[in-house]
Design a protein around this ligand. Structure first.
Ligand code: DQA
Length: 143
């Protein structure tokens, strides 16, 4: 089964983000990590990244139309994008929110997720393995 993995703004620049927070993987390495883990769990992952809110909303509409399960790291949009929240709500397949870091252990503005309330669950703080844990959770949800 296909799973759409959506990464939000600035995640494609992991090479120049704070490695103490986001780890040492480059974005292409993260994509390979997700694709391999998906294969292990019996999924085919299509991994996309955009810095643009409208593009992400379009991908969520596509997931809703095609009934695709979604793993989404909305990045900074997590904390304020009601438009992405409303688009996630349209996806009736499982949607799992992931974060590389643990937003709850960081600045106060990161403690709010407007997405969590419409996702099946949220996984954060495990670096690239947040995505692996999300894939395991997704497999269990779909079983
Ligand atoms: C992030 C956490 C967000 O607060 C931040 O804006 C990001 C990445 C994470 O994966 O840890 O860009 O979603």
């Amino acid at each position: 089964m296909n799973v759409l993995v959506i990464n939000g703004p600035n995640l494609a620049r992991l090479d120049i983000r704070d490695s103490a927070i986001y780890g040492d993987m480059t974005y292409p390495q993260l994509v390979a990590h997700i694709e391999n883990a998906a294969q292990t769990q019996g999924f085919k992952a299509e991994v996309r990244q955009s810095d643009d809110e409208a593009t992400i909303i379009g991908w969520l509409h596509e997931a809703a139309d095609k009934k695709l399960p979604v793993i989404i790291n909305p990045a900074a949009f997590t904390h304020y994008s009601y438009a992405i929240r409303d688009a996630v709500e349209l996806v009736k397949s499982p949607v799992i929110e992931v974060h590389l870091s643990n937003p709850l252990a960081r600045e106060e503005f990161r403690h709010t997720s407007v997405i969590s309330g419409v996702a099946n669950g949220t996984i954060g703080g495990f670096g690239p393995n947040s995505y692996v844990l999300a894939l395991i959770a997704l497999k269990a949800l779909l079983a």
